[in-house]
Design a protein around this ligand. Sequence first.
Ligand code: GUN
Ligand code: FE
Length: 420
Amino acid sequence: MLLTGTVVVDSATVIDEGAVVVDGTTIETVGERDELLDRYPDHERRDFDIVAPGLVGSHIHSVQSLGRGIADDTELLDWLFDHILPMEGSMGADEMRTAATLGYLELIESGTTTCIDHLSVSHADQAFEAAGEVGIRALMGKVLMDQASPEPLEEDTEEALAESEELIRQYHGAFGDRVRYAVTPRFAVTCSEECLRGARELADRYDGVRIHTHASENLGEIETVETETGMRNVHWLDEVGLTGEDVVLAHCVHTDETERDVLAETGTHVTHCPSSNMKLASGVAPVLDYLDRGINVALGNDGPPCNNTLDPFTEMRQASLLQKVSQLESTALPAATAFEMATVNGAEAAGFEQLGKLKPGWKADVIGLRTDTSRATPVHDVLSHLVFATHGDDVAFTMVDGEVLLDDGEVVGVDVEAVR
Ligand code: GUN
Ligand code: FE
């Protein structure tokens, strides 16, 4: 297939009248449109205003898709324990399947082609199957909770780890390696030391399995962890083995200098979720300091209820605006940096290789946008446009591994009406 438009190769390279040629699951070549049209006259063709790498949502909760509008004006711990956990606990297999499918559809319809997904305690298999059906690329895992959790979510530690291992055997590398497993302790508040250490041991037994958890999102959370363990949250996670190049920590809003040193020294990935951090009044994550220290910072929407949208363009915009206004510095987090966080940094966090740029030999995870809905014509600067003026509705086309998942705004291969 041949895709034409202004081609955003990566944050530094744009081809004004370009084209991307896809062969099988990878990108064959990228270049000037007229030249490639001459060279590949028989290729099936799609024309867009902008062609860009598919975006990576590095922390979401697809299974919370049915919870939008629940307790919108609540802070994290009350929101979680009084509303979200009871909701997750009440969901049966069918609801979990529907919620996950709706989440993945919303992602592919608005430009996200890879996600790092935090599921729930039960029925995780439903979300894996949904990811396979929709075709999204994902690093995902069943949630572990073995203390201080409401019924029926609290599980026996060994059973929960055994169930996770079963899911690893079944789904890690499934669907043509589009889906990989992340061992997913919810957060230190609801996980015992045995559980956290067990998560590390389990991940170490399987090549490519990562660890994904929440960390230091909210002041009440870090206070609880400090009371229980006598340690700052990141130090505690480091103590039990949950830092490192295979670990993705969502949020990290409230960290001190020594914790940031640990994140940098261990190569731990951080996912910044600006919309969620604002909506749950969690705080402003020290993203610029993390980036200065060489910490890989990716971008995530977090759950639909703490964001109300899974639109990745909104998330890039919020990431930039939040740093600009909190630093009173217009260059604090430019469009190019927000775009990197939502593409290559996310790919690095998720552990998928050759993902996040439109380069020959790289994975054919591509989106096509029509700018008419955003009315931002002419487009003076395409990266600025993507971050500050685009929204998910501009996405007309989504491809993962060379497979078309969204064509002319219509989902391919899933009976959307039946799900909705
Ligand atoms: N920390 C632990 N669980 C959650 C969750 O579901 N959402 C958010 N935002 N933070 C959490
Ligand atoms: Fe979250």
